[in-house]
Design a protein around this ligand. Structure first.
Ligand code: DAH
Length: 339
């Protein structure tokens, strides 16, 4: 009785041309919106005789359902195709090498400090850390550095007040340990120290590793034995030490310790300046006055002590020629120390 063949034909041919989501929404507007053809068909109800209106309404609804079904089919087809294209385009090639996150590494000074501590820890040393702000008493006086000693000079020491200063060495750690503990004592004091000094091989801040052993019958031979073990572990199996007489107020006798050149094996090269030996640390037998200053009976006990510059060992080990390199945080420089 009613006829929408033209609309259906038009709809089918329009549907045929739909190939993407834009076309689909155009089609929706053209047929299903308020101004759309199907709504137009419904408006035709005005011209239908009263008794036929119900049938006409049913007829338009059927057309609409038919068109909606077709539309939904097409819509899911388009969506599937779009998803397929997306899957294809967004495929992940798991074989492509990734931009791996760079992993950091320990600073060479930290690595060397740990290595040094490890060697001595193997000989039974414990760690003690003292304050970086020290007083005159611990940094100088009780270490037997007398009032007129040149190292107390304003030029060398960063004084904070008449009494307080930035420690110029880790040796005050010896006093702090001996104040707290009675022999036998075997400690390491690692830490930063400060001196008013700056050039290729000196920096106002650097680090030292102090060692102190106090017990009965401790001699210079014990010091040499421990240091031999230390240089063999740090430099090479065949490294040897050489002790030269020196002077420090807190040790008597005092020695300057050289290691046989680990680059040339002692023949003489640029690293050892042709001598076959490289100076690495200072040490000696603890001055009796220092033991007494800490209430330790020097007729019963003796001690050995040494102080090693951690930067110096690091520079020697890695052939670094400027102290500043170690404090600049230059990533390119530091990257070289990745394991
Ligand atoms: N404190 C000295 C310095 O900073 C190094 C040193 C020398 C430490 C001899 C010692 C020692 O314990 O016995 O130059």
């Amino acid at each position: 009785m009613f006829n929408a063949d033209d609309l259906k034909k038009g709809f089918l041919s329009d549907l045929e041309n739909v190939i993407n989501e834009n076309n689909l929404s155009d089609l929706w507007k053209k047929y299903f919106s308020k101004q759309g053809s199907i709504q137009g068909l419904m408006s035709g109800i005005r011209n239908v005789a009263k008794e036929d209106k119900k049938a006409y309404g049913q007829f338009v609804n059927d057309v609409k359902t038919w068109a909606q079904n077709k539309y939904e089919e097409k819509k899911s087809e388009i969506e599937k195709a779009a998803l397929k294209t997306r899957y294809e385009n967004e495929t992940i090639d798991v074989t492509v090498p990734s931009n791996a996150q760079e992993v950091g590494c320990l600073h060479p000074l930290t690595t060397v400090k740990y290595e040094m501590i490890n060697v001595f820890a193997g000989m039974g040393f414990e760690i003690f850390e003292g304050p970086e702000i020290e007083d005159d008493d611990h940094n100088f006086t009780r270490l037997n550095v007398l009032k007129d000693h040149p190292s107390r000079d304003m030029q060398d020491t960063f004084w904070l007040t008449d009494e307080l200063l930035l420690r110029t060495h880790t040796s005050p750690g010896q006093i702090r340990v001996m104040d707290k503990e009675k022999p036998p004592i075997k400690v390491l004091v690692p830490g930063k120290v400060f001196r008013s000094d700056s050039d290729a091989t000196h920096s106002p801040m650097f680090s030292q590793l102090e060692g102190l052993v106090v017990d009965k019958h401790i001699t210079l031979c014990d010091l040499q034995g421990m240091l031999d073990e230390f240089v063999r572990n740090m430099f090479s199996d065949s490294a040897k030490t050489r002790l030269r007489p020196s002077y420090f107020p807190f040790t008597e006798p005092s020695v300057e310790v050289d290691v046989s050149c680990f680059r040339c094996g002692g023949k003489g090269c640029s690293l050892c300046k042709g001598t076959g030996w490289i100076e690495v640390l200072g040490g000696g037998v603890v001055n009796k006055k220092v033991l007494e200053n800490c209430g330790i009976d020097s007729t019963q006990y003796s001690g050995l002590a040494f102080g090693i510059g951690i930067e110096r060992i690091t520079m020697l080990k890695y052939g670094i020629n400027h102290m500043g390199k170690m404090f600049e945080n230059d990533i390119e420089f530091l990257k070289q120390f990745k394991a």
